[in-house]
Design a protein around this ligand. Structure first.
Ligand code: GRF
Length: 205
């Protein structure tokens, strides 16, 4: 099986990157990570990539005078490495329309809410404030609008009465690590791959 060449873009701890690294270690997984790009130096995600033997590139947005120039540098790095699909994993930069359109239907993002609810940042605070009983995470194709784009998979978790943003966020993050590899596989295999429902109906009062 020829594995698709993936780049993962990060800005932080890279726990979702780790989930993707672990999934790609399986001989049957249809992708391999050929490049990790960070817009920040000294983040733990870079260490995770190095430990896995994956090449890394730091492209600091602060080194560029415009978003267009930064995105052009990102695009060049992707093309130079023959990247076929891109996963945004905690990448905290908005991408320009021009860049996004170059990777249309080939770029995924993971967001810690059940989109279209709670876009942007502080999603767990937003969920607690709204009083929802179910929260979760979404993987979607990236489009120029932030946290929009066709959903590929979502996972739901309960919101418990004693939850803080931290406890809720930890529960959501565990779900993220499960769905991101599934979503990547689904993007690559398309309709030929269907994710089995767990059969658990979650009802939270
Ligand atoms: C995750 O919650 C992800 O959904 C959001 O940023 C966080 C990144 O965490 N976009 P990590 O760097 O993957 O640990």
């Amino acid at each position: 099986m020829s594995k698709k060449r993936i780049a993962v873009l990060i800005s932080g701890s890279g726990s979702n990157l780790q989930a993707l690294i672990d999934a790609c270690a399986d001989a049957d997984f249809p992708a391999r990570i050929v490049l990790v790009i960070s817009n920040k130096a000294d983040i733990y995600g870079l260490k995770r990539a190095e430990l896995a033997g994956i090449p890394t590139t730091i492209i600091k947005n602060t080194d560029f005078s415009s978003r267009e120039d930064f995105d052009a540098a990102l695009h060049s790095a992707l093309i130079e490495n023959d990247v076929e699909h891109v996963c945004l994993a905690g990448f905290m930069r908005l991408l320009t329309k021009g860049f996004v359109e170059k990777w249309e239907n080939r770029m995924l993002n993971i967001h810690p809410s059940l989109l279209p609810l709670f876009k942007g940042v502080h999603t767990h605070e937003q969920a607690l404030k709204a009083g929802v009983k179910i929260h979760g995470c979404s993987v979607h194709y990236v489009v120029p609008e932030m946290d929009a784009g066709k959903l590929i998979i979502q996972a739901a978790v309960p919101v418990l009465p004693q939850d803080t943003p931290e406890t809720l966020g930890k529960r959501v993050l565990e779900a993220e690590h499960i769905i991101y590899p599934l979503a990547l596989k689904k993007m690559i295999l398309g309709d030929g791959y269907s994710i089995e429902p767990t059969g658990n109906l979650m009802i939270v009062s």
